[in-house]
Design a protein around this ligand. Structure first.
Ligand code: GLN
Ligand code: ZN
Length: 758
C-alpha cells in the first residue's frame, strides 16, 4: 500500500511563536527554559498536524537553522566557541549570531550565512579546516525522536547527508573539503546507529546538491559515502529536491540506499527513468505537491499520472510534498481577510498535508472514497483557471504585442551621457544615496496608526510629507548632488508596489522563515499584472518641488518584485516578469512626464534568481535583462536611468548587467575594499558606476580618508568621469545620528577628489 510522508514542517509556528520566543530570550527578557518549552510546544503541534502521515519527519525543528544543528550534531564547532561551558543552546546561538542571551558570556564572530539553494532561506555555513575533526553529539536528535514517539507518531528522523554537508560548507584554509569525508563518515555511521537504537526504521538523508552540476570527484564522494553508510542498521531514504537529477540520475539509481525521493514538481520527466533504473526492491518517494509555493495542487490531474505508477509500484510507492514545507506559511485557516475566491485557490503547509492525505486515500481506495474532497479541489482549480481576476485580456494583449524593441533606448550611452550632462550639470564624482533614509519611530507610528484606521488619509499624507521635507532639508545641508525623497511611505520595497498593482494580494499571516528569527511575508502574485494608477509620482513630485537639485524617482524593478513574491504556477516566471515590467514601464514614463530627470530602478534580487544549474543561467538572464530593459528603456535620451544591486559578485553575470544598459549602476563594494571591482579589469563596463563607499550594515562611520582611498582604488579600474560616490545600499535601517556624519564625510571626500583633479 502506498505510504504518505513529509520532508519537513515549518518551525516558526502559526503566529511566529518561535520568533517572539527567540527574541525575548536574546534580549534577556525570558529564560532558556521558557524558550525551550516554546520549542517543545511547537514540535508537539507539528507532530499532531502530521499525525495522519505514515512517517513524520523529526529533527527538522531548529532553534535557528538545521545546517547549524547538523554542525553541532557532528561536533563541528568553530574553534572560537569551543571554550564556553554554558548551555549548548547558548553556544549554538553564539555561532548563529555572534552572541547569546545578554547574561551569557562571550561575543564572537557570527558564522557566515548564505542562501539555501535557490530559496530565500539562509543557513549558517559550516566551517572547515584541514585539521577539522568530528565527534557525535546525537542528544538533540535522540531527544526529539523520543518526544515524537511519545506523541504516538511514526518517526522518520531527518539529517543532512554527508556530501551535501561538505559541499555547502566552506574551507577556511586552502584545504580541500573532500579530504574530510573519511573523517566524517564514521560519525555519520555512529549517528545512524544511535537513531536505529531508538527504534526508527527509516532515516531521511537530504542530499539536495544532487540537483546541481557535480564535478567527478563529488560523484565519487557520493559512492564512497553511501557504500559506507549502507552498512547502517537503518533504512536510508535519499532525498533530492528543488530540481532535476539529470546526469546525476544514474549515480543516484546505483547508490545502495533503501529509497530515493524525487521532486516531481521539477522533475516529473525523470520519474519513469528513475523507476526503470532503480533496483526492484527500492522505495520510490515522489514529491507530488509543490512544497515551495502556495497554490492548491490539481489533485485529479496528479492522480491521472500517479495512478498507473501506483499500480506498477504497489508497496514501493511513497508520496510527499516536493521538499520540506519550511518554505511555505503554516496555516491558511488563520487568514481572515483574504478574498474568499482567491483563498480557495491556496494551500499552506497544513493544507498541503491534507492534499497528500487525499491523494493517498484515492490511490489506496479509489477516487470515489474521497469524492467530496476531489470535487471541491476540481472546482477550486477550475475557478482559478477561469477567473476574470486572473485573466486580464488587455494585459495578455499587451504582452502578445511586446517586442524586444521596447527595451531599446533611442541612442547609445555615449550620446545620452552628453545630453544628460547638459541638463543635469553634475560635478565630477557626483554624490547621491540609494533611496531610503532612516525609518524612524515616528514613521512607523504614523504607518501603524493609518493601518489601524486611527488617523485618516490626509493626516498620514501630511506625516509622510513632513518626513520627505526633512530628508530634503538634510540633503541640502549635506550638499549632496542628486537627492532622494527617502522612501518614508514604503514599508517594504516589494510590498509597496505589490499593494498598488492589480494581480497581487497579501496574506495576514503568510510568514516564512528567512533566517533565525527573521520571517518574510511574500506578496502573492495571482493574476495578470496591471497598474491602475501612478504609484510614486505624487511623492516624487512633492519632493522635487522642495528643491532645485535633481530628485531621483525610485522604483523596484520587475525581476526583484518577481523573485521576492509567491508567483503563479500557471504561466512561466518570464511571462509574469514581463507583465510586471510593462506596469513599471508605465510608472517610469509617468515619472518622466512629471519632469523627473533621474529614475532609479532597483534590482536587488536579480542575482538570487539565477537557476541552480549554470546551464540554465543564460535563459534566465535573457528574460530578466529584457524585463528590466522593457521597464526602464522607454525614456528619452535626456532621462537618466539608474539601477542598484546590493551585492557585487558580478564576475559571472557582468555582461548581462551591462546589457541592462542603465546609465548608472550603484553597487555594494565598501566591505571588500573595492576588491570586488576586479571584474572591471577584464571587462570594460561601458556606463557609469557608483561603487558603495559606506557599509550601511555596520554602525561604523566611514572617515573621509577611507572614502577617498576607496574611490582612488575604484579610479584605477573605472575612469573618474564615470564614477559616482554613494553608500552601499539604502539607509533605512540606520539612525540619523549615524547617517549625517557618514554622508558629511562622503560629500567632503568627493569635494577633495574633485579639487585634486583625479
Ligand atoms: N531603494 C532601496 C532603499 O534605498 C533599495 C533597497 C535595497 O537595495 N535592498 O532602501
Ligand atoms: Zn541595496
Amino acid at each position: 500500500m502506498v505510504k504518505a510522508h513529509n520532508l519537513g514542517f515549518p518551525r516558526i509556528g502559526p503566529d511566529r511563536e518561535l520568533k517572539f520566543a527567540q527574541e525575548e530570550y536574546w534580549k534577556g527578557k525570558s529564560s532558556l527554559d521558557a524558550l525551550k518549552s516554546v520549542g517543545a510546544d511547537l514540535r508537539k503541534q507539528n507532530s499532531q498536524a502530521q499525525a495522519c502521515l505514515d512517517y513524520v519527519p523529526v529533527g527538522d525543528f531548529s532553534f535557528y537553522d538545521q545546517m547549524l544543528d547538523m554542525s553541532f550534531t557532528l561536533g563541528n564547532l568553530p574553534e572560537r566557541v569551543r571554550d564556553f561551558n554554558d548551555d549548548k543552546l547558548d553556544n549554538f546561538f553564539r555561532v548563529a549570531r555572534g552572541r547569546s542571551a545578554p547574561t551569557a558570556a562571550g561575543e564572537v564572530a557570527a558564522g557566515e550565512m548564505t542562501k539555501w539553494f535557490d530559496t530565500n532561506y539562509h543557513y549558517i555555513v559550516p566551517e572547515f579546516q584541514a585539521n577539522t575533526t568530528f565527534s557525535l553529539d546525537s542528544s538533540r536528535l535522540i531527544e526529539q525522536i523520543r518526544e515524537a514517539k511519545a506523541q504516538g507518531v511514526n518517526v522518520k528522523p531527518v539529517v543532512i547527508g554527508p556530501v551535501t554537508y561538505l559541499a555547502l560548507g566552506k574551507a577556511k584554509d586552502d584545504s580541500h573539503k573532500l579530504t574530510l569525508l573519511s573523517k566524517l563518515l564514521p560519525v555519520y555511521q555512529q549517528l545512524l546507529a544511535a537513531i536505529a537504537a531508538e527504534g526508527a526504521e527509516w532515516v531521511q538523508i537530504d542530499e539536495a546538491i544532487l540537483v546541481t552540476e557535480l564535478a567527478a570527484e563529488w560523484k565519487v564522494a557520493f559512492e564512497t559515502a553511501y557504500q559506507t553508510l549502507a552498512k547502517s542498521p537503518v533504512k536510508l531514504l535519499l532525498t533530492t529536491y528543488f530540481g532535476q537529477l539529470q546526469d546525476n540520475l544514474a549515480l543516484v539509481a546505483k547508490l545502495p540506499v533503501a529509497g530515493v525521493h524525487l521532486d516531481t514538481v521539477n522533475a516529473r520527466n525523470e520519474v519513469e527513468t528513475l523507476i526503470k533504473n532503480l533496483p526492484g526492491d527500492r522505495i520510490v518517494s515522489l514529491g507530488v505537491i509543490n512544497g515551495r509555493n502556495i497554490w492548491k495542487a490539481d489533485l485529479n490531474g496528479t492522480l491521472d499520472w500517479l495512478e498507473p505508477i501506483a499500480k506498477q509500484l504497489g508497496d514501493r510507492l511513497w508520496i510527499a510534498p516536493s521538499c520540506s514545507l519550511l518554505h511555505v506559511p503554516v496555516d491558511l485557516d488563520s487568514e481572515r481577510k483574504l478574498n474568499g475566491e482567491i483563498k480557495n485557490w491556496l494551500a499552506f503547509a497544513k493544507q498541503k498535508l491534507e492534499e497528500i492525505r487525499v491523494l493517498k486515500a484515492a490511490l489506496v481506495s479509489g477516487r470515489s472514497a474521497v469524492k467530496v474532497e476531489l470535487d471541491a479541489n476540481a472546482a477550486a482549480i477550475a475557478s482559478r483557471r477561469n477567473s476574470p481576476r486572473v485573466n486580464n485580456p488587455t494585459v495578455k494583449d499587451a504582452l502578445a504585442k511586446l517586442n524586444a524593441q521596447l527595451g531599446n533606448r533611442k541612442n547609445g550611452y555615449a550620446q545620452r551621457a552628453k545630453t544628460q550632462a547638459d541638463i543635469l550639470k553634475l560635478p565630477k564624482y557626483p554624490t547621491t544615496t540609494i533611496g531610503s533614509f532612516p525609518q524612524t519611530a515616528e514613521i512607523r507610528r504614523a504607518r501603524n496608526q493609518f493601518k489601524a484606521g486611527k488617523i485618516d488619509d490626509a493626516a498620514y499624507r501630511t506625516a509622510m510629507q513632513n518626513e520627505i521635507a526633512r530628508c530634503v532639508k538634510e540633503q541640502e545641508s549635506l550638499g549632496l548632488d542628486v537627492f532622494v525623497h527617502g522612501e518614508a511611505e514604503r514599508n517594504d520595497m516589494v510590498e509597496y508596489f505589490g499593494e498598488q498593482l492589480d494581480g497581487f494580494t497579501f496574506s495576514e499571516f503568510g510568514w516564512v522563515q528567512s533566517y533565525g528569527s527573521r520571517c518574510v511575508k511574500p506578496p502573492i502574485l495571482f493574476g495578470d499584472i496591471s497598474r491602475p494608477k501612478a504609484m510614486t509620482v505624487e511623492w516624487t513630485a512633492y519632493a522635487q518641488s522642495l528643491t532645485n537639485k535633481p530628485m531621483k524617482g525610485m522604483l523596484t524593478g520587475p525581476v526583484t518584485i518577481l523573485n521576492w513574491s509567491f508567483v503563479r504556477d500557471d504561466q512561466p516566471r518570464s511571462t509574469s516578469c514581463k507583465q510586471i515590467a510593462l506596469a513599471i514601464r508605465e510608472e517610469v514614463l509617468d515619472l518622466e512626464k512629471a519632469g523627473v530627470r533621474i529614475i532609479q530602478i532597483d534590482e536587488a534580487a536579480l542575482r538570487e534568481g539565477l537557476p541552480l544549474r549554470r546551464s540554465q543561467w543564460q535563459e534566465y538572464l535573457d528574460w530578466s535583462v529584457l524585463s528590466f530593459r522593457i521597464a526602464a528603456n522607454g525614456v528619452a535620451d535626456k532621462t537618466q536611468i539608474h539601477t542598484h544591486m546590493c551585492y557585487s559578485e558580478f564576475n559571472d553575470i557582468i555582461e548581462a548587467i551591462a546589457q541592462m544598459d542603465a546609465d548608472a549602476i550603484t553597487i555594494e563594494t565598501s566591505r571588500s575594499d573595492m576588491e570586488l571591482l576586479e571584474v572591471f579589469e577584464n571587462f570594460k563596463y561601458p556606463n557609469e558606476i557608483g561603487p558603495g563607499v559606506y557599509d550601511i550594515h555596520s554602525p561604523n562611520i566611514p572617515t573621509e580618508e577611507h572614502i577617498i582611498k576607496l574611490m582612488r582604488k575604484a579610479g584605477e579600474r573605472i575612469p573618474a568621469e564615470r564614477l559616482w560616490v554613494n553608500p552601499d545600499c539604502g539607509l533605512k535601517t540606520r539612525q540619523w545620528e549615524e547617517v549625517i556624519p557618514a554622508l558629511t564625510n562622503m560629500v567632503s571626500a568627493a569635494k577633495k577628489l574633485r579639487a585634486a583633479g583625479v
